[in-house]
Design a protein around this ligand. Structure first.
Ligand code: UDP
Ligand code: MG
Length: 333
C-alpha cells in the first residue's frame, strides 16, 4: 500500500525494541493529532488490555504532525520495546495517518483505534478473536456513543444510513475507528482523503468477509475533537466518489451512460414540444427558439457525458494489466 501523501516519516523505537522477540502477530495502530495528554494513558490502557494476549504484539503510535507535546510523549512511550512511534512531517489527516501506521506494521492482524481514549482497548481481544472465526474485517459498533447529539450522533446516523443504502454493506457504525483487519485485506484496499469511514464498503468491494460487534465508547476527557460540522459535507462528497469507485470503477461508460439517459430524455421531450409547436401553433410562435434551443442543450449534455465515459474507459484501459480489480479467491480457513 502506497501512501504518497506522507512527508518526512521518522520512526522511533528503543534499542531494546530491536531485540524484541521476533515479528509481532498483532499490530495496534493509533493516529494522534495534538493528543499529548492522551498518549500516556492510552499506552498504559492498551498494555493492560493486552496483558493476557497470547502472542506478540506491537503498538504503533502515529503522530500526525502534532504541534503540541505529542511527539515527546510518543518518544517516551517508545522506551517500551512493544511501542513504536512514527512521526509524520505534516498533518496529513486521520486516514493517511492510519495508512502510515498500517504500512509500517508487521502483524498479520491489525487493529486500529482512535488515540483520544474514546475507543476502549479492552475490546481489542474480542475483536481479534472474532476475526479468527473466519472474517477479514471486524468493525466496532458504538452502541452507546458518548458524543454530542446534534453535532455528532445525528449527522453520523444519517451518514451511516446513506452509506448502507448506497453501498448495500450492512454495517451499522462505519465511523468507528476500532476495527480489526487481516493484513491480506489491507493490502487490497487503498485509502485516501477521509475514506477510513468507507473501509467496510471498500473491503466488501474486494470480496472481504465482514462482520460487526458492539464495542464500548467513552466521552473525550483530554484535548478536543479535530472535526466540526463541515465533516458531514466532506463525507457526502466522499460518498459520491465511493459509489463511483465501487460500482462503476471497472465500467465508467456505464455510469456516465446512465447519467446521460435523463439528459437524452429531456432532449426528446423538448424535441417533441418543438414538433408540436410547428404543427399546432401559429407561424410566429412556431419560430420560437426556446424548444429547439433547450432540446439541443440537453442533447449536448448527454453527448458530453457519453464522451466523458469513453475517455474514462480509455484512461482505465491504459492502466489495466495489474489485476487488482479481481476480487480475491479467498482461501477457505
Ligand atoms: N486525528 C489525526 N489527524 C487528524 C485528525 C484527527 O490523527 O488530522 C486523530 C485524532 O488524534 C484521534 C482520531 O484521529 O486520535 C479521531 O479524531 P477525533 O477524536 O478528533 O474525531 P471524533 O472522535 O471527534 O470523531
Ligand atoms: Mg474522538
Amino acid at each position: 500500500m502506497d501512501c504518497p501523501d506522507l512527508v518526512n516519516q521518522t520512526s522511533v523505537s528503543s534499542a531494546s525494541a530491536k531485540a524484541n522477540t521476533g515479528v509481532p502477530t498483532l499490530s495496534v495502530v493509533a493516529p494522534l493529532y495534538n493528543e499529548a495528554e492522551n498518549v500516556r494513558p492510552l499506552v498504559e490502557w492498551i498494555l493492560q488490555a493486552l496483558e493476557s494476549y497470547v502472542g506478540t504484539f506491537e503498538v504503533i503510535l502515529v503522530d500526525d504532525g502534532s504541534r503540541d507535546g505529542t511527539w515527546n510523549e510518543v518518544r517516551a512511550a517508545a522506551i517500551d520495546p512493544r511501542i513504536r512511534g512514527l512521526r509524520l512531517g505534516a498533518n496529513v489527516g486521520q486516514t493517511a495517518a492510519m495508512m502510515a501506521g498500517f504500512d509500517n506494521s508487521r502483524g498479520e492482524v491489525i487493529v486500529s483505534l482512535d488515540g483520544d481514549l474514546q475507543n476502549d482497548p479492552r475490546d481489542i481481544p474480542a475483536l481479534v478473536s472474532k476475526l479468527s472465526e473466519g472474517y477479514d474485517l471486524v468493525c466496532g459498533w458504538r452502541q452507546s456513543r458518548k458524543d454530542k447529539l446534534l453535532l455528532r450522533k445525528v449527522p453520523s446516523w444519517l451518514a451511516n444510513r446513506l452509506i448502507r443504502g448506497l453501498t448495500g454493506v450492512p454495517i451499522t457504525d462505519n465511523g468507528c475507528s476500532l476495527k480489526a483487519y487481516r493484513r491480506d485485506l489491507l493490502r487490497r484496499i487503498s485509502l485516501y482523503a477521509e475514506q477510513h469511514r468507507f473501509i467496510p464498503a471498500l473491503s466488501a468491494s474486494v470480496g472481504a468477509r465482514i462482520t460487526e460487534m458492539p464495542v464500548r465508547h467513552h466521552a473525550r476527557r483530554f484535548g478536543e475533537s479535530k472535526y466540526g460540522i463541515s465533516r458531514t459535507l466532506k463525507v457526502l462528497v466522499d460518498l459520491i466518489t465511493l459509489k463511483m469507485i465501487t460500482t462503476f470503477r471497472s465500467r465508467p461508460l456505464l455510469g456516465f451512460g446512465l447519467a446521460a439517459i435523463p439528459a437524452l430524455a429531456v432532449a426528446l421531450v423538448f424535441g417533441g414540444f418543438w414538433l408540436f409547436s410547428l404543427t399546432h401553433f401559429g407561424p410566429e410562435k412556431a419560430a420560437a427558439l426556446i424548444f429547439p434551443g433547450a432540446g439541443l442543450l440537453a442533447l449536448e449534455v448527454a453527448f458530453y457525458l457519453f464522451m466523458l465515459g469513453l475517455v474514462a474507459e480509455v484512461a482505465l484501459n491504459s492502466e489495466r494489466g495489474d489485476a487488482t480489480d479481481i476480487p480475491n479467491a479467498w482461501e477457505v480457513r
